[in-house]
Design a protein around this ligand. Structure first.
Ligand SMILES: NC(=O)c1ccc[n+]([C@@H]2O[C@H](COP(=O)([O-])OP(=O)(O)OC[C@H]3O[C@@H](n4cnc5c(N)ncnc54)[C@H](O)[C@@H]3O)[C@@H](O)[C@H]2O)c1
Length: 300
């Protein structure tokens, strides 16, 4: 997502300083920007303070897929919590507006459906997903405390499943997993019976939401849901991918991991009214571009 945001901000005429420790990201995703006079890259871990001059901060740093965030769960919590403290400290010093990439995971395994922003969530505090979910919840707390205590201008987005080109082929997210398996002619692995639902937002739609939220009036703090409300079962997604990629892959079913939410769908009424934003790109159109990307890297 960060690389797409860099593209978009540069297109809008901004000077962009991209900060990444490449924990789950790769230089390949921003290599086309290196050499651009308006783009700088700093290899830095945001769990340590950062001293730069900026007027807007988008805090997206955090491993986002379960494989990556569960690999070093302590570092995941540190990135969310210490990272938020460091970025908020930077915003305070430079008087910058600051955006937080929060997540639908703050709703946990929800009892209400679809989830609206006023829902407080149902999160297991000691499970294997907690390093991510609770880290992001604590980051939200920090954002609102800095806002109340230090008058910081904050913008908190709760992002639902997003996909698109430049995803890591082995990060275990459902869209990339299914596409890579289908391209390799392997069977498509579904955890559980595939009846659990997700909604999938194409990355360009989401970035449009980020930019609109950052440009919104001072009193718009969020949290605000950004995602695509079109809901699909995981089984349906598997079938669509097989049909679009072609080949002989079949669906195979395995045990559902701990704390996997059964339903996930954003209520985006607030984003519609506040930002005049809603996704424009249909699942199949987004999948087509994503399959094209994976074809280049998986089949080379
Ligand atoms: N993709 C989704 O569906 C989704 C959904 C909800 C929220 N989000 C949030 O959006 C943000 C971006 O997600 P993404 O899908 O692009 O994931 P990603 O893993 O591709 O990107 C995260 C980036 O943060 C970097 N990073 C990790 N720890 C860092 C640290 N300590 N210091 C500096 N950089 C660090 C990684 O190297 C990577 O480039 C994340 O905060 C994620 O939690 C994503």
């Amino acid at each position: 997502m960060g690389s797409h945001l860099c593209d978009r901000l540069l297109k809008n005429g901004a000077d962009v300083l991209c900060v990444d420790n490449f924990y789950s990201g790769t230089r390949d995703n921003i290599i086309h920007l290196i050499g651009s006079p308006h783009f700088e890259l700093v290899r830095h871990d945001i769990t340590f303070p950062l001293y730069v001059e900026v007027d807007e901060i988008y805090n997206l740093a955090c491993p986002a897929s379960p494989i990556h965030y569960q690999w070093d769960p302590v570092q995941t919590t540190k990135t969310s919590v210490h990272g938020a403290i460091n970025m908020l400290g930077l915003a305070k010093r430079t008087k910058a507006k600051i955006f937080q990439a929060s997540t639908s995971e703050v709703y946990g395994d929800p009892e209400v459906h679809p989830q609206e922003e006023s829902y407080w969530g149902r999160v297991n505090p000691i499970g294997i997903r907690s390093c991510y979910d609770e880290g992001k919840r604590c980051a939200e707390t920090l954002f609102f405390d800095y806002h109340r205590q230090h008058n910081l201008e904050i913008k908190v987005a709760r992002i639902f499943n997003t996909f698109g080109p430049r995803m890591h082929p082995n990060d275990g997210r459902v869209v990339s997993n299914f596409i890579v398996q289908a391209l390799q002619g392997k069977n498509i692995t579904i955890y559980g019976d595939g009846s659990q639902t997700r909604s999938f937002c194409y990355v360009d739609d989401l970035i449009e939401g980020f930019v609109r939220l950052m440009a919104s009036k001072n009193d718009v703090t969020g949290p605000i849901n950004l995602g695509n409300p079109d809901e699909f079962t995981i089984k349906q997604l598997g079938e669509i991918v097989i049909q679009m990629v072609g080949g002989k892959s079949k669906l195979v079913f395995e045990t559902l991991p701990q704390d996997d939410p059964k339903q996930r769908k954003p209520d985006i009424s607030l984003a519609k009214t506040t930002l005049d934003w809603e996704p424009q790109i249909k699942l199949k159109d987004g999948l087509e571009k994503t399959i094209e990307h994976f074809r280049k890297i998986v089949l080379k």
